[in-house]
Ligand binder design. Structure first.
Ligand SMILES: [Zn+2]
Length: 68
C-alpha cells in the first residue's frame, strides 16, 4: 500500500477512536456555569439562579452523547 493510504487509515482510525470515546463518555461540563449548575448574580454575589442551559445539573450532553 502507498504512504497516502496509511495516512488515511490513521486519520480514520483516530476519528473512530474519538467517536467511541465520545459515545462512552457522553457528559461534558456545562460551559455556561462551569459545572456548578448555578449562575451568580453580578450585583449580589450571594444570590444565584439555576443555570438555564443545563437545568442546574452542571453537565450537558455532548454532541456524540447517546440519548439513553
Ligand atoms: Zn449550566
Amino acid at each position: 500500500m502507498s504512504d497516502t493510504a496509511w495516512i488515511v487509515i490513521g486519520i480514520v482510525g483516530f476519528g473512530v477512536a474519538v467517536y467511541v470515546s465520545g459515545t462512552r463518555n457522553p457528559l461534558t461540563k456545562c460551559r455556561r456555569c462551569g459545572g456548578s449548575g448555578l449562575i451568580r448574580s453580578w450585583l449580589l454575589p450571594w444570590r444565584y439562579r439555576p443555570c438555564p442551559r443545563c437545568g442546574r445539573a452542571g453537565e450537558i450532553r455532548g454532541r456524540l452523547g447517546r440519548r439513553d
